[in-house]
Design a protein around this ligand. Sequence first.
Ligand code: PLP
Length: 387
Amino acid sequence: MHRVYLDNNATTPVLPEVFEAMRPFYLDEFGNASSIHHYGQHARAAVEKARTSVATLLNARPAEIVFTSGGTEADNLGVFGLVRAGDHVISSTIEHHAVLNSCKRLEQLGCDVTYVRVNGAGEIDPDDVRKALQPNTRLISIMMANNETGVLQPVEEIGKVAQEADVFFHTDAVQAAGKTPIDVAKIGCDALSISGHKLHAPQGTGALFLKKGTLIQPLLYGGSHERQRRAGTENLPGIVGLGKAAEIARHWLANNDSAEMTAMRDHLQETVLEAVEAAGVNGSGAPRVPNTTNLWFDFIEGEALVIALDLKGLAVSSGAACSSGAIEPSHVLLAMGLSQQRARASIRLSLGKQTTQGDVDFAVSVIPETVGRLREISPLYKKQTVG
Ligand code: PLP
């Protein structure tokens, strides 16, 4: 069966060059980066090379990069590591659960959290962040790009708000890294999270940028790895893979290959919307990362569409999350003001570096007919067309 993968915001395939860069570190160069012998020295050199590569992608210094087990750990470290009981934190209603649930836990631990709302396009107004400041605000944690809509937040303006108020600013850049340029100096952030598997490195890898001089409370206690910011033997092959993926992403961005991806994404959404009535783009009008589009199709269930498309060989995702057996509409889409019904009727398509025009053509050929078929059996659609 011909299969096309358009769910790169969930995870990306490891690029062959990344896999080849990692291979020796499973087999021959397997040392512990903390050992002082030949094997250890090679491992250490490889970790530091990868650190430099990740730092360069973010315009950071190598010493400011802390390798973690992924985006979730980086977010947890960025949030819990900078806050103490009694502090006030500002976050948003559209964060990934790695940040949202960290904030919920902070509330249980005696912190106060303000969740800034978004407009209909999914954008945060930096003025709302400013207005949320309190004398005891310690941290602002607002994402750079949303995982469901791809909408980019005005992080540079939010960085200025944080700097003026002298509070920490952490941004979850998991869905931005490798898709749009990131410059931590321009953003003015103290901490920034990335995840390897969203940029063609392996799952279970990630990093937190931590601005020089920022004191952090570690999550893990053990040895003095990662300058005492993250204990535990480094994931050597994974870190090497992340370094290679960061290098590839840097070249990709410098070559302006993102313009090509934006054109493919725009063609995809425009062609589908031309062919399907009562449909639209969530987050249109806002700046977005080049690979993501989130579409609503009234009178259908996003989950049913995801399943029907999968049967045709197209992998996409719905914003809905399955919690305790019930399908909940996406908190991001609801926060943007979508009705429960429209939020449930939405799907996300996300391209990767390996997505071809042929993949997009395939998606364009199967989505309209599948939506049409689901609508034929939808009581909602019948009522609408008859009435
Ligand atoms: N933050 C965002 C915006 C994400 O999209 C994700 C993963 O989907 C994460 C954090 C968590 O990253 P990881 O899967 O590496 O733990």
